[in-house]
Design a protein around this ligand. Sequence first.
Ligand code: C2E
Ligand code: CA
Ligand code: CA
Length: 363
Amino acid sequence: EMVARLGGDEFVALTTGPGTDRTVDELAERIMNALVTPISIDGRDLLVRGSLGIVEGPAGERTAAEVLRSADITMYRAKSAGGNRSELADPEADARAITRHGLTTALPTALERGEFFIEYQPLVHLGDGSVRGAEALVRWLHPQHGVLGPDRFIPLAEHTGLIVPLGRWVLEESIRQARAWRVRHGGQDAGPLRINVNLSPCQLSHPGLVQDTVDILERAGVTPDALCLEVTESALIGADDDLLKPLRRLAEMGVDIALDDFGTGYSNLANLRRLPVSVLKLDRSFTQGMQQFPADPVDLKIVEGIVTLAHSLDLAVTVEGVETGAQAEQLRVLGCDTAQGWYYARPGPPERLHDLALADAKG
Ligand code: C2E
Ligand code: CA
Ligand code: CA
């Protein structure tokens, strides 16, 4: 009945009347079929693909703007599911998209207003049980939604580029914290407490990374060996030398580079020697295999193999997600160097780390 072009490559088709629940499907099929035939330009056949969002329901239940928004969200769902398909509107998916959108637009002001904070989770030496440092894990204290975990907003920040200033803030704040621990907790036998900070792929390719890091360390009066940057394996897969250069520079300065979530991606072992990493962080999935008793023998063999290989390449091995004493003991026997997980402590405020480290020193 009506077809309109909203702008760019977006169109809206409206059909009304009884039985639209059937007619919309037919309409969608007709549109998709119309696009199937390649368009010939200058003797070349060009394929056109379409993504459709279908909203169907009684007229007057929602305003025109609400219907259009739902159609738009649903169309983007079809697109991100691979495109060349149609999807049916779903109130829950709409609500999620609207929340995501709201969070995305609120991110810049949240950073300005200081709504982010960092929790620290201790890294424990498996040999003697002493606290060696902590991983910085960012959270967002949202005025309406309460505390949000990084999984809720890091992907959004990566998408919009806000991850660069946010990541810089995390680095600055946690290095300041590392400095405070050093001051209060100097003269520990095992050396000063170290800080692990996560880096997103976009931060890796940002030209300011090395200089920013150097400046932040210098301003805080913290030596580079107190810092470990965690980069996921998938971010470095197929990385060319240009991408690795900043990491190499940092590694040469004495910053440790850890390969995070190791074992979840391709785990290209041959690639390891090319990367400027000094620590492997074994993903939680391996530790999970050790939760039952007896532990999964295949998991044990895999971990043993990775540890042997890592050590022969001069890499230290950290394990994540240790939840029981039995797991910790198992991982110690397998030769892992450092562990992290709820068994030792959940992520928490910085004072807690200080107390834990102090308890070690006394014990
Ligand atoms: P990750 O680097 O793998 O961090 C470890 C995650 O495992 C954390 O989740 C931690 O709370 C959780 N965890 C620790 N011990 C245990 C355990 O024993 N059992 C279980 N089940 N879970 C455990 P969190 O804090 O939700 O962080 C999720 C991810 O968000 C992190 O995964 C990291 O990739 C990302 N992230 C956190 N902070 C930052 C940041 O400042 N920048 C960037 N780029 N990413 C960050
Ligand atoms: Ca990490
Ligand atoms: Ca991890």
